[in-house]
Design a protein around this ligand. Sequence first.
Ligand code: SF4
Length: 601
Amino acid sequence: MGQTGETNEGSARRRQRRFDPTAHRSELVSIVDAIAAMPELDPGRLDGLLKRFPKDGRGLFSRSEIISGFRHFKAEHWPALDEAGFVARLRLRPIRTQSGVTPVTVLTRPFPCPGECIFCPNDVRMPKSYLADEPGAQRAEDNRFDPYLQTWNRLDAYRSMGHPVDKVELIILGGTWSFHPEVYQVWFVKRCFDALNDYGSGIDGRAEAGLAPARFRELTPIGRGSAGSYNRRIRAQLHPTEQANWPELFASHRTNETARCRSVGLVVETRPDHISDAEVDRIRRLGCTKVQIGLQSLSDEVLERNRRGCDVAASRRALRLLRAAGFKLHVHWMPNLLGSSPEQDAADYSRLFDDPDFRPDELKLYPCSLIESAELMTYYESAQWRPYENDELVELLATCLERTPAYCRLTRVIRDFSSGDIVAGNKIANLREVAEAALAARGARSRDIRAREIRGAPFDADALALTVESYETSIGTEHFLAFVTDADRLVAFLRLSLPRSVRATPELRDSAMIREVHVYGDSLALGRRSDGTAQHLGLGQRLIEHARQISVEAGFGNLAVISAVGTRDYYRRLGFVDGELYQHLRCADRESAVAELERVP
Ligand code: SF4
């Protein structure tokens, strides 16, 4: 389970799709002329400008409509005006793409889930664990859960708001991915890639997509139910026709390797007990690079009471298999489950990082909230479960922030259900900020990745320091290499895994593994040069060279990388050669590898 991580941009997108700039030519040209003449675009002046040139004599043009007008009339009116610069000035909420990659979240259709977790919502209009009025879920429903429509329209919404769309992390959410039939999985991923490929080529294939009727929208919501009734009702609605085969998917992958919109990451979410050697192999073939996996608790007793249907041993096994295959591990963990307490949760959280079997790369921390359709309602009504008081929760989260190590990214500390959906539980929307303030009051601060990312801040490239943090995991030693500023702001990092024993797959024998390379800075176009940003300082390349040196010194003959489909070409240019599921750099060829690196422009 998870959350869509979306905000209400769906309505902006829908407005944008219907917007016709030619009907507003004179106002839009006047607005763009005035913006182009301004040395700085401050919100007050933009507001005054929009009021001077209203839309249809009444409303105000949105920023995305101005961008649309600019693009439409550019050749005629402003052929010399730099599009990227103009759009950047108008861009809404630049933070979304400042990590260098644009996230595109899509939901699978509703489908039975093997879990019966008592805290999980049962909204039959949605994939298990999602609610129909979450903004990202609404968008998926608007697109009939069709992967092509969701991806294409999301790219279009991003572009209309001035965000770059050339490097995309595809995040596939909804229930338990591994429980879907393989033909559906292959079809779903292929259609996401088709949308990326088409959008980058200016092809609009939406008319041929999403023709299946929206069967779930009309279902009456379950008032208070169980996973069993959700599964029964969804199963009765399923008449799957979607399918694609592996060669078709691989063809879409190949197109994406050089497409304008490339997948630089692909994520699915699943349960620990559905991870096996075969499943690890399958998700890798799909092009996945990261797995979101719900552990929820490291106590068998708590898992049992919440009817998770799998134990801590299953979590250990799943993380070991995924880590050995090089996947990035994005764990979900829930405090305030039935049978736990703030003290137990604090100890449980410490175990996440003290025990080498866990130590996730990323973490979503979801305090349990009570949703009416979840079975937890009955435990609440019989006073067997209660939500933590705000003070208890804030103190617990402050402790979690403090105990999160520098190699982990704490991506969320709240599941942002709308407050109307929450019967009992946290309703503080800015819970993270409140917890950070509580931590600051203790004289401490979080050192997790998210707290240290450089984002758009300027930095002195000559003053960057390379740091290496090493820790043990269930399969060997992990090195977290990072370029940081003197104020400890994170500009780039690389995850290098040095396994103790022979890897499961023969392709990885004698291999060290790069699990992630991440360079912060604005998500600039692939191959385009722009001085002064982190993307173009060669930091990724330098980190890879350091990783190779560490691997050589540790006695590895090969450095593998779990590359995304859209980064294969980048690694080829660095001297990596294609294997079956990974790309490889022979560590023994040190001189030629260095020469290769130096030739890369
Ligand atoms: S595994 Fe449990 S929490 Fe996750 S979607 Fe299924 S029922 Fe919900």
